[in-house]
Ligand binder design. Sequence first.
Ligand SMILES: *Cc1c(COP(=O)(O)O)cnc(C)c1O
Length: 370
Amino acid sequence: MKTDHALQLNPSLRDVPVYQPGRPIEEVARELGIDANDIIKLASNENPLGPSPMAVAAMEKALQQLHLYPDGNAFYLKRKLAEKLGLEPRHLTLGNGSNEIIEFVGHALMTRGVDVIVSQYCFAVYPLITRLFGANLVTVPAVEYGHDLPAMLAAITPQTRVLFVANPNNPTGSLARREDIVTLLNETPPHVLLVMDEAYIEFLDDPVDLLPFIEREIKPNLLLMRTFSKIYGLAGLRLGYGMGHPELIASLEKVRQPFNINSLVQAGAIAALDDNEHVARTRANNFGGMRFLEQGLRELKLRFLPSAANFVLVKVGDGHGVFDALQKQGVITRPMAGYGLPEFIRISIGTPAENARCLAALKDVLETAS
Ligand SMILES: *Cc1c(COP(=O)(O)O)cnc(C)c1O
């Protein structure tokens, strides 16, 4: 019987793109009929060293209290995080991943008829949330795959509500120039929320430090976002945080679900913040892995974009074909057609053994194809 489509769905849903996540190891194993242990995943910029052991131990302890609701204000986590950042808890809001913070921004500022500015090749969740709230997406062309910050500033109109910048950017790995960031901060008008997504900032040697603007409470239209998904190795736990002026934070807190940060997250994250050794090992592994991969890609005569993060965008020709062939060899990478980069794949830095295996598979795939 033919179903009658009587539901009057929100019209904005029609234009919401479907997010394509990296493929889980178990799913690929099932599909290819191979052992999950023979598969490596370099598709989602996860931490190849795993979660912080201190975080895991703290969560094991917290398991015994799962019958209780979590602390809805995450008092101890916010206090710990604030201390680490040199801020106060009133400067912080916590999300189920920083993806949820992006959604808070949508609830607080986006509606039909307003504009949201992003760069070409931006993080996929910005357009997704913008469309979900029925706002207009203004996409500013990239320059050499990076953000054109002056052009993004010039795109601001009275209708603009939000401007998103990821620095370093995902999926390109590009890093904005310090002068351009300073200009952006100085010249973004007060009616526009400037969201600086710092998901990969902990991988940088000399990052532009925007925390003083938060601490001194002098930029009511600046929101910084960071995450526990990347350097802390807790992507599966889902925790991100926003930092801003207390008035902005109070507005974002209003749209937050009361118990969005569960008790395991709170226990694990508090412990992870003390695990400096895990962070240091992660950075060292990433630095070494990046140099190794770059060298290998040069030997394969493949073009890649210089990356400041924990992944690299590689031009392979037929991106989907190469992704597919690598996957058949048990190496999951990320095809980039969805980002308008059909000739590229994105490879996350793995352990030394994973990086070597990925390069060998890539060599094999390219030789077979030619
Ligand atoms: C990975 C990533 C995030 C983190 O998302 P979570 O929801 O915290 O896992 C945010 N922004 C960018 C640009 C990213 O690449």
